[in-house]
Design a protein. Structure first.
Length: 293
């Protein structure tokens, strides 16, 4: 049992946003078979957004992808299905193109899930995600004003300004941070000499950003000591322990599921448990241990 932002979770693993499709039967199967602490839903916006045209996902090399789906989602219409989901806990991811819009979405989803995660970091849709990160404090304040006691986590990206933006989110009342989202990049088709992704740029995920996630979580934890959901290239129990040691209390798994399937989730869980038993450590003993203060 893990306690994060005063929420009791039955495990330390969450499935990262955008990995599990919004299909009831499939979600139920993931909950029953994999038993994650939670599933983080795809980011919901006020109005439906069509995904970018294919291709939207390209494999760069083993364990490393670039994608630009572009926050495609059915909008708040999707909420009518959420009352039927109850086989595991959920983190509800939300986004928008203005402070007001994000606040409106938050007011609609506040009764769903255990945590609200505000996506201020997706690099794949102009006006949304990363474009809203400059308003981290204002967005956080607006969301907290409408959701009551529901914990709010702000999802941020791997930027040079991460300490400043994380600080603004925490000033605004964030209960925690989700670190990190994808790294903006590009892949060129050598036949046409043009970007492969229809959007041009995309978010790089997987093994190639793991060390970046370790460094950013370390720096943010050292500066602010917040509650952190750590995400970024977790493919093994060793990767999970690394993120915990620099401050992550929960671990998000995303690209590894795309690459290796759902079986990777219990494999990572078992590896972490065996490590702790072998070392004679409790879970809480590892959190932030590698951070010198």
């Amino acid at each position: 049992m893990i306690r994060i932002a005063n929420v009791e979770m039955n495990d330390f693993i969450t499935v990262a946003s955008g990995i599990v499709p919004d299909v009831l039967d499939y979600v139920d199967r993931v909950c029953e078979v994999v038993k994650p602490a939670s599933i983080t839903l795809k980011t919901l916006t006020k109005n439906p957004i069509e995904p970018h045209k294919a291709p939207t996902v390209v494999k760069l090399h083993d364990g490393c992808y670039i994608n630009a789906i572009g926050l495609g989602n059915p909008g708040l219409e999707f909420l009518k299905y959420m009352n039927r989901w109850g086989k595991c806990q959920f983190i509800v991811s939300i986004g928008g193109s203005s402070v007001k819009e994000i606040s409106e979405v938050a007011s609609k989803v506040k009764n769903f899930g255990e945590i609200i995660e505000v996506n201020l970091s997706s690099p794949n849709r102009r006006g949304f995600g990363e474009s809203m990160s400059a308003y981290a404090k204002e967005v956080t304040q607006a969301v907290k004003d409408v959701v009551g006691n529901k914990p709010v986590f702000i999802k941020l990206g791997p930027w040079d300004s991460i300490l400043e933006i994380a600080g603004k989110a925490l000033e605004g009342g964030a209960d925690g941070l989700t670190l990190i989202n994808t790294l903006k990049g590009m892949k060129i088709d050598l036949n046409s000499l043009s970007p492969i992704l229809s959007y041009g740029t995309g978010g790089i995920s997987g093994k190639c950003i793991h060390s970046l996630a370790v460094r950013i979580i370390h720096d943010v934890y050292k500066e602010y000591n917040p509650e952190i959901i750590g995400i970024g290239g977790v493919f093994s129990w060793e990767d999970a322990i690394e993120l915990m040691s620099v401050g992550a209390k929960m671990i998000g798994i995303g690209t590894a599921i795309l690459e290796l399937g759902l079986a990777i989730v219990p494999k990572i869980r078992e590896g972490v448990e065996e490590y702790l038993a072998e070392k004679g450590l409790r879970f809480c003993d590892v959190i932030g241990k590698a951070v010198r203060k």
